[in-house]
Write a protein that binds this ligand. Structure first.
Ligand code: ATP
Length: 255
């Protein structure tokens, strides 16, 4: 049964969103609703618009048309407070997530302290607890460059959830990692999903999409071609474009 069927409220509503970069029409009428506790995975070829879509939700890119609603609030309204909106959303990107000049713990507590004004002792207690939970309690005083890429991404994820955001956006968070480090990062995402986080994730990791997504959304040239459960998309794709995309992935000579 889907989150929608269970009557969970919509956390994110993307409605008729268009985005152009000069002559290039990168998002062409995107409609997407994400319900509380749902994990939606965006798949599609490089350049299909996955990152741009996530950036419009975090207000890193302005939409040209349409609107985006976060838990009932139109965040694309020009009067919306950008910092207040970003404080409600946790984000992890492919690269450059941690501040290199700050310790792991300082990175994790930063938003709690600066954005929410959490007292230092309380923020550090929560930071240490979160780091311990992902097995990195002993790295709290280290600088990020002393951690593996997988450990750094896990810290970045923990930092993004430290403030209990309403929505977590994950953009290709494993694509810069050595293959043997991918699993530990995706396992943490699975745990967050199991604990009830609401997640939108762009990924090239199809096996993960299959395992964790409630819904898989296939994007091509800025259009949602098809969306459904992992079984619907991977086992019984309805659209020829989706079938071609998936067939190409499994062909080592054209992938
Ligand atoms: N700031 C920008 N200025 C101009 N063009 C941009 C900008 N950001 C993205 N684009 C273009 O928009 C298109 C969609 O890019 P986007 O990064 O959203 O794709 P993607 O599906 O996330 O790709 P990938 O899987 O490689 O990350 C691409 O053609 C890209 O070159």
């Amino acid at each position: 049964m889907s989150a929608q069927d269970r009557g969970h409220r919509a956390v994110l509503e993307v409605q008729g969103v268009h985005k152009r970069f000069g002559d290039q029409h990168v998002l062409r009428g995107i409609d997407l609703t994400v319900h509380q506790h749902e994990a939606v995975v965006l798949i599609g070829a490089s350049g299909s618009g996955k990152s741009t879509l996530l950036k419009t939700v975090n207000l890193l890119e302005q939409v040209d048309d349409g609107r985006i609603v976060l838990a009932g609030d139109d965040i694309t309204d020009p009067r919306a407070d950008v910092d207040a909106v970003r404080a409600r959303i946790g984000v992890v990107f492919q690269h450059y997530n941690l501040f290199p000049h700050m310790t792991v713990l300082a990175n994790v507590v930063l938003a709690m302290r600066k954005v929410f004004g959490t007292p230092r002792a309380e923020a550090e207690r929560r930071g240490l607890e979160l780091l311990a939970r992902i097995g990195l309690g002993d790295k709290a005083g280290e600088y990020p460059d002393r951690l593996s890429g997988g450990q750094q991404q896990r810290v970045a994820i923990v930092r993004a959830i430290a403030t209990n955001p309403e929505l977590l956006l994950l953009d290709e968070i494993t694509s810069a990692l050595d293959p043997q480090l991918v699993g530990e990062v995706l396992d943490l995402v699975s745990e967050l999903k199991a604990a009830g986080s609401t997640i939108v994730m762009a990924t090239h990791e199809m096996s993960f999409a299959r395992r964790v997504a409630d819904r898989v959304v296939y994007l091509k040239d800025g259009v949602i071609i098809e969306s459904g459960t992992p079984e619907q998309i991977f086992e019984h794709p309805q659209r020829p474009e989706t079938r071609e995309f998936l067939a190409r992935l499994s062909d080592p000579f054209t992938a």
